[in-house]
Design a binder for this molecule. Structure first.
Ligand SMILES: [Zn+2]
Ligand SMILES: [Zn+2]
Length: 377
């Protein structure tokens, strides 16, 4: 018995006997004529790829499972292990077509455009892969949160409580996002950052490392230095060192933990002076035992962690307040180090000075992230 195959399917079995070639593709034992759509699908996908900028592409195609079953049946009987599979042969067919039509390169990893050929629905399209931009942000505001934080009253739809914004606070994500979205012509974006600061904490110095993921970008050749300059006018959030990176950099940044320097303004129930500052200096080199702060207990497990205060120096700031410069191990809760969190952090500035203390203002002034530069490529 001979298998009746279309020209395209027959060609994948080389010179094997046992095949009779068909004029009417619809009768093909393997593809039932679906491959006859290949050229139309290639045109469709190329047309949709013209709507955005890209320089490398990947190809994927999907078929009904029964097609593979029938292909295997033919292969087992005629040419076990000696044929080119439908998926491979179609993917190279499309890959060659796209390369010939556009002069661009196939790159299965990190491709900027993904072409999908669906022989089940008979549709094809090209979609832009997200763009990833690394940088460091400065947060100059004590009223911005890091990521979009939906208003608890309305869940993001907008209500009187949030002034219609749908957000509890304006966010770093949106401030950077609107500039990048505009330039890339993207649909939405997500901020991935190395840790986060509280809403009332500023991030100064060289800034906090982040990767912004821009989804569905229409453009890629974006002048990032111009975007940095554009954000220089933003009173709340600035960015520096913008650079396009590969997707895996998101994990590298999100899973990073760095030692940090802080500046804290501390007041107490009594006036603090030089003698107190001297005492505080003595905490340099101390190991803290920090029970998970009460304010984050709802989200984090209650456990004790040990963190080192590498260095702390204090001076009188006037008004009976102290200015503390603190260099601490990654993951130290600084506000708790100051007010003790009702004894859950030991030692603490409060315990040492024998009075209740308050961290009035806190700024991150340095993140020791220099190693990031070495892996950014
Ligand atoms: Zn066929
Ligand atoms: Zn609301």
């Amino acid at each position: 018995m001979a298998f009746r195959l279309c020209e395209t399917c027959a060609s994948r079995f080389g010179k094997s006997g046992g095949i009779s070639r068909l004029e009417n593709e619809k009768e093909c034992h393997i593809c039932r004529g679906s491959l006859a759509n290949s050229e139309r699908l290639a045109k469709e996908a190329l047309a949709s790829s013209a709507e955005f900028e890209w320089s490398t592409f990947s190809v994927a195609s999907s078929f009904q499972q029964s097609v593979f079953v029938r292909e295997e049946e033919v292969a087992d009987s005629l040419a076990p292990g000696m044929f080119t599979s439908m998926k491979n042969s179609l993917n190279s067919y499309f890959s060659e077509k796209i390369a010939a039509a556009t002069g661009k390169k196939n790159a299965q990893r990190f491709a900027e455009a993904s072409f999908e050929f669906d022989f089940i629905s008979g549709k094809a399209s090209a979609r832009p892969a997200p763009a990833y931009v690394f940088g460091r942000y400065l947060k100059l505001s004590r009223k911005h949160c890091q990521s979009r934080w939906h208003c608890s009253g309305c869940g993001g739809r907008g209500c009187d409580a949030c002034g219609g914004s749908g957000q509890n606070y304006p966010s770093v994500e949106d401030e950077i996002g609107k500039v990048l979205l505009g330039a890339f012509g993207g649909r939405s974006c997500t901020l991935h950052a190395s840790g986060r600061e509280d809403v009332d904490v500023r991030s100064l110095g060289t800034g906090r490392p982040f990767v912004m993921e821009v989804k569905s970008p229409k453009k890629r050749g974006v002048d990032l230095a111009a975007l940095e300059r554009e954000m220089d006018d933003n009173p709340n959030v600035r960015v520096a060192g913008l650079k396009g990176v590969k997707p895996h950099f998101v994990d590298a940044v999100c899973n990073s933990h760095f030692d940090k320097e802080y500046s804290a303004l501390v007041s107490a129930e009594r006036k603090l002076g030089t003698a107190d500052a001297k005492l505080v200096d003595g905490l340099s080199g101390a190991f803290l035992f920090q029970q998970t702060p009460k304010r984050v207990l709802a989200r984090r497990a209650d456990l004790e962690r040990r963190r080192k205060i590498y260095r702390v120096s204090a001076r009188e700031e006037g008004d009976g307040k102290l200015r503390l410069c603190i260099f601490a191990e990654a993951g130290t809760y600084i506000k708790e180090f100051i007010h003790s969190d009702q004894g859950r952090t030991k030692p603490s500035v409060s315990e040492l000075l024998g009075c209740n203390t308050v961290c009035e203002e806190l700024d991150v002034v340095g993140i020791r992230d220099f190693f990031l530069e070495t892996i950014v490529d």
